[in-house]
Design a protein around this ligand. Structure first.
Ligand SMILES: Cc1ncc(COP(=O)(O)O)c(C=O)c1O
Length: 486
C-alpha cells in the first residue's frame, strides 16, 4: 500500500524552504521543487510516497496553488514525481538511479567520486598475509559442519582477552561473534526490544543505528549533544533516562560518530547506575574504542560499572582493521549470549569461519596495526583541519581526540544543499540531517578523515568553490543519489 504524506506533514518537513541559501533569484515554485528534491536527497522523504494534493499543500504552506502546480510540474520534468490523473503524485527518482528492493539507495559506481559519505579506512597491508595465514588454518575446521552461532572459540578468546586488557574481565562465553557491529546491534535489538519499544539515542547519532531502530519500529527520543566540551550534558542525559525510562539506550561513548566526543568516566558510572534504577538496558557501541589519537587516555569501558547485566557492549573490526571483513561482536553475560545465539540461528546461523580466522590473525598483531592506523589518522585529520582552516575558515570544528570523523558546524543551514551541489563536483557527502531524526542539523556536516590527505585537500577545495557558488545562487545543481553512509 502506498503511504501518503499529508500537507501539514510535508510543510513541517519543508521547514524554511523559501529561505534556502542560493535561491535569491529563483522563483518560489523552483525553490519549493528544490526543497522537495532536498528532502528526497537526504532520505527524509521516502520514495514512492504520495504527495498531498496541490490545493492541500498550498493551504498548508499558505502559498498559491499555482506555485505548487508549477513546482510539481518541475518535479515531474526532473523525474522526481510521477502523476496519474485522478490518482495523485508519487515521489520517485530520475532514471539514472537504482534503488534496491529494501529501499536502500545504492549509488552507481563512480570511480572519480571522492566519497566522504563513508567513514572507514582502506584495508591495512597486513590483511592479505592474514588472509593467507587463515587459509592455512582452515583445515582444522573442515572436519566439522562449520556452523558456530557464537563464533569460533579462538576469536571469542581473542576478543575476550582484549576486553580483559582494557580492565573489563571477560570470558569467551561472554562473547558472540557477529557479521559486523551493525549485525550485532540488530541482534541485540531483536532480543532486548519489543516492537514499538522506546529507545533513547544521542543526536546526532549513527544513521544506520537509526535504521536498525526503525526496523524494530522503536519510539525514539534523543539526547542532544553539544558541539563543544564533553558533548553529553550529564544532568540532561540522566534526567531523560529517569523521566522517560526508555527500555533501551543506544550510545557511542568512545569518539562518538559523528561528533568524536569521548564520554568521561564519571558520567559512565552515573549513567549505568541511573539506567539500572530506571530499568533501562544500555547498548554501548564501541566501534571506535581502538582509535584514541594524540595519546588521549581512555576512560574505563562503560560495562566496568555494570553489576546487573544492564550493559551490552558491541564492537568490531571495521574501524581499526577493515569494514570488508564483516566481523563484529557482542559482549554480554553468558546467558544473554546464549539467547542471542538462539535468536541468530533464525537470521544467518553463523559468521563465516574463514573471515573469523582472518580476524584472529589481525588481532594477534593488534598493537602494530592499530598504532599505524592511529598515525595515519592523525596525519589525515591534521591535513583536513589545515585545509578547512585555510579554505573554509567560517566553519567551526572541534579537534576530535579520536575516531575518524569531524563534525563541522557550517556557516549556515546549508548541509543538504551543499551535499547536492557537491555531487556535481565529484564529492559525496553525508549531510547533517542524516544523523538526526527531525530534519534538523542542517548547520552540520560530518567529515571523515579516512581518505588519503591529498584526497581530503582536493575535496575541501571543491567544497570551498561550491560554497561560494551557493551564495551566488549559481546554477541549480542536478540532483544525484544520496550516499550509502557508513
Ligand atoms: C557507531 C558505528 N556503529 C556501527 C558501525 C557499523 O560497523 P560494522 O561495519 O562493523 O557493521 C559503524 C560504521 O560506521 C559505526 O560508526
Amino acid at each position: 500500500m502506498t503511504s501518503q504524506v499529508r500537507g501539514v506533514q510535508l510543510a513541517r518537513l519543508l521547514g524554511q524552504w523559501h529561505a534556502l541559501p542560493g535561491r535569491r533569484r529563483s522563483p518560489d515554485y523552483a525553490a519549493l521543487a528544490a526543497a522537495v528534491r532536498g528532502l528526497l536527497a537526504d532520505g527524509r522523504l521516502p520514495l514512492g510516497v504520495r504527495l498531498p494534493a496541490e490545493r492541500e499543500l498550498a493551504e498548508a504552506l499558505r502559498i498559491s496553488r499555482t506555485t505548487v502546480t508549477a513546482a510539481y510540474r518541475q518535479l515531474r520534468e526532473t523525474g522526481h514525481l510521477a502523476s496519474r490523473r485522478g490518482a495523485g503524485s508519487w515521489t520517485m527518482l530520475p532514471g539514472t538511479h537504482r534503488v534496491a528492493s529494501t529501499g536502500l539507495w545504492t549509488p552507481l559506481d563512480d570511480r572519480d567520486m571522492i566519497d566522504l559519505g563513508v567513514a572507514a579506512l582502506a584495508a591495512p597491508p597486513e590483511l592479505v598475509p592474514a588472509a593467507h595465514a587463515a587459509v592455512e588454518d582452515l583445515p582444522r575446521y573442515l572436519s566439522g559442519a562449520g556452523y558456530h552461532p557464537t563464533g569460533i572459540i579462538e576469536l571469542r578468546e581473542a576478543v575476550a582477552r582484549a576486553y580483559t586488557a582494557r580492565g573489563l574481565p571477560t570470558s569467551a562465553e561472554q562473547i558472540m561473534v557477529t557479521s559486523g557491529t551493525q549485525h550485532a546491534l540488530d541482534l541485540v535489538l531483536r532480543l532486548a526490544l519489543a516492537p514499538g519499544g522506546n529507545v533513547l539515542v544521542e543526536s546526532p547519532t549513527y544513521p544506520n543505528a537509526l535504521a536498525a531502530l526503525a526496523a524494530r519500529r522503536a519510539r525514539i527520543s534523543t539526547h542532544g549533544l553539544a558541539v563543544d566540551g564533553p558533548g553529553w550534558d550529564a544532568d540532561l542525559l540522566l534526567g531523560s533516562v529517569r523521566q522517560t525510562r526508555p527500555k533501551l539506550a543506544y550510545l557511542i561513548p568512545e569518539f562518538q560518530n559523528p561528533t568524536g566526543h569521548l564520554m568521561p568516566a564519571e558520567l559512565r558510572e552515573r549513567l549505568v547506575a541511573t539506567a539500572h534504577a530506571a530499568g533501562t538496558d544500555l547498548v554501548i557501541d564501541e566501534s571506535f574504542v581502538d582509535l584514541p589519537l594524540d595519546g588521549t587516555p581512555l576512560p574505563p569501558p562503560t560495562a566496568v560499572f555494570d553489576r546487573h547485566s544492564r550493559v551490552i557492549s558491541i564492537g568490531g573490526m571495521s574501524k581499526p582493521y577493515w569494514g570488508g571483513l564483516r566481523i563484529g561482536w557482542v559482549r554480554a553475560s553468558a546467558p544473554q549470549v546464549q539467547r542471542l545465539a538462539a535468536a541468530r540461528v533464525g537470521v544467518d546461523m553463523a559468521s563465516p569461519v574463514l573471515d573469523q580466522l582472518v580476524a584472529v590473525h589481525l588481532l594477534a598483531q593488534a598493537p602494530a596495526i592499530v598504532a599505524a592506523r592511529r598515525d595515519q589518522l592523525v596525519t589525515q585529520r591534521d591535513a583536513l583541519l589545515d585545509v578547512l582552516a585555510e579554505r573554509l575558515p567560517d566553519w567551526r570544528v572541534e579537534v576530535p581526540r579520536g575516531g575518524v570523523t569531524l563534525w563541522a558546524e557550517l556557516d549556515g543551514p546549508i548541509s543538504s544543499a551543499l551535499s547536492r551541489a557537491a555531487e556535481e563536483v565529484g564529492v559525496r557527502l553525508a549531510p547533517g540531517p542524516r544523523f538526526g531524526l527531525d530534519g534538523t542539523l542542517e548547520r552540520f556536516l560530518r567529515l571523515p578523515f579516512t581518505l588519503p590527505a591529498a584526497d581530503l585537500v582536493e575535496a575541501v577545495g571543491r567544497l570551498a568553490a561550491i560554497r561560494y557558488d551557493l551564495d551566488r545562487g549559481a546554477g541549480r545543481p542536478r540532483w544525484r543519489e544520496p550516499a550509502v553512509i557508513a
